[in-house]
Design a protein around this ligand. Structure first.
Ligand SMILES: [Zn+2]
Length: 442
């Protein structure tokens, strides 16, 4: 029995961990968003159309960077969305026009219930891990699988109609807990981390594992150890551009409120990992990353670093330092900025269930695409709900939100809402709703 693996991999623990992680993330995002944007700044010279992968993006094999940061798994096809709710662990099939949604099951008499079907529903991934990938016509997810006691989880796949479930391979993360997975150009990437104590010193260890989708599993390609007092609750994210994958790690120091920021480049052709940036004692914690046509790397920041206010900004990586190039200083207390291939999105979270989050969607040259409040009309008539937070993804025409709400302590609702950007207005469409006490009922 491995020292940490069993506890980390128990399904219940993963569920609890994910809920705690999401709660912590939401809290982290909203606690303090004081502005520190008084410094004058100038826009760096950036081409307005700087999406790198538009010409080379292959829908069959390339990971969709838009959805790489949402905890909920999301895949878009021409007709539908596939939504993996981390609240229930079920995959849903969602009509893009808002006219229907259901568990992606395909079994004629299945009630899609967590308890009564004991996990036999095709839509049940038996897991609460974020991530859902469409690759070469198959939907991939990570599932609990203890058929081999050496492992806790497996990479699995199914047909887009929810049938033909099969295990691709077991995932051996050693002593690490899986945080997320991505599939891009035939390579499976898994980010994982664990807390350890070595010689009496608490440490945080992170690991990036990779493997060929046609192979037998994943193996570590990058492992890093940090003192726990420099690395409070690390974030991981990946972005993919052609045959290059960027892996970023960012954390704040609880002891002095500075940040640890690291960016690594993985070359799919050679398998080589190159360090692009690594520093402790930074002024801001990275929130996201993207790249442009000219392979310039941009990062965005949170509005706090532990308990210290920071100006939420976008930065350009210039050799070995970050150059601040785009501030979000309109008086709204934005808590974080996310980056997509063309755009940056600042988000202010309103914790009242009947309130509304505020977003500012801009191209990296500073132009505004949309700005304003995200209405919550879907909440109408649900006075018993408490707000649990929102996860968000954005493209040029849409804002995708995954809201969670809570009734008492253990009964939750999840809402998948799309806002269509029309001019600068935002039109709300409730695409799917999922409630769970002990079922995945609609
Ligand atoms: Zn079912």
């Amino acid at each position: 029995m491995k020292k940490y693996g069993v506890n980390h991999c128990a399904p219940a623990d993963i569920g609890v961990f994910m809920k705690r992680a999401i709660s912590a993330f939401i809290l982290f995002a909203i606690i303090i968003s004081m502005q520190a944007c008084s410094d004058p700044f100038q826009h760096a010279a950036i081409p307005s159309d700087n999406v790198q992968n538009e010409q080379t993006f292959n829908t069959n094999t390339d990971f969709d960077n838009r959805f790489g940061r949402v905890y909920e798994g999301l895949v878009e096809t021409d007709e539908v969305y596939y939504w993996l709710s981390v609240d229930s662990g079920f995959v849903y099939y969602v009509e893009k026009d808002g006219n229907g949604a259901a568990p992606l099951c395909g079994k004629p008499n299945c009630m899609h219930e967590l308890d009564t079907d004991k996990g036999n529903c095709n839509a049940n991934t038996k897991e609460y891990l974020p991530g859902l990938s469409l690759y070469d016509g198959k939907l991939y997810f990570v599932s609990t699988d203890r058929s081999n006691p050496q492992y806790c989880c497996a990479l699995c796949r199914m047909d887009p109609d929810g049938t033909n479930h099969e295990r691709v391979f077991f995932i051996d993360t050693s002593d690490y807990a899986i945080q997320r997975f991505w599939i891009h150009r035939g390579i499976v990437f898994v980010a994982a981390y664990t807390n350890i104590v070595k010689d009496g010193v608490p440490l945080v260890s992170i690991c990036l594992l990779c493997g060929n989708l046609n192979g037998t599993g994943v193996a570590p390609v990058l492992e890093r150890l940090y003192p726990a007092d420099e690395c409070g609750w690390p974030l991981f994210f990946m972005k993919f551009y052609g045959n290059t994958a960027f892996f970023a790690v960012s954390a704040c120091s609880p002891s002095d409120s500075t940040a640890l920021n690291e960016i690594y480049e993985y070359d799919i052709d050679s398998g080589a990992v190159t360090e692009r940036y690594s520093a402790a004692g930074c002024d801001f914690q990275m929130c996201d990353l993207c790249m442009d046509d000219n392979k310039n790397i941009y990062v965005s920041s949170f509005a706090t670093c532990w308990d210290r206010p920071v100006c939420p900004s976008v930065y350009l990586l210039n050799d070995d330092h970050f150059e601040r190039m785009l501030d979000f200083n309109d008086g709204t207390k934005y808590g974080r900025i996310l980056l997509f291939d063309r755009i940056a999105v600042a988000i202010h979270t309103d914790v009242s269930i009947h309130g509304a989050d505020t977003v500012w969607v801009r191209r990296l040259n500073g132009d505004t695409i949309a700005k304003g409040a995200l209405s919550r009309d879907f909440i109408n008539g649900r006075g018993d709900l408490q707000y649990g937070g929102c996860d968000i993804a954005v493209d040029e025409g849409h804002i995708y939100c995954f809201y969670c709400g809570w009734v008492k302590d253990d009964y939750s609702h999840a809402f998948f809402v799309r806002y269509d950007i029309s001019g600068e207005s935002l039109n709300e469409i409730l695409l799917a709703e999922q409630g769970s006490a002990d079922t995945a009922n609609y």
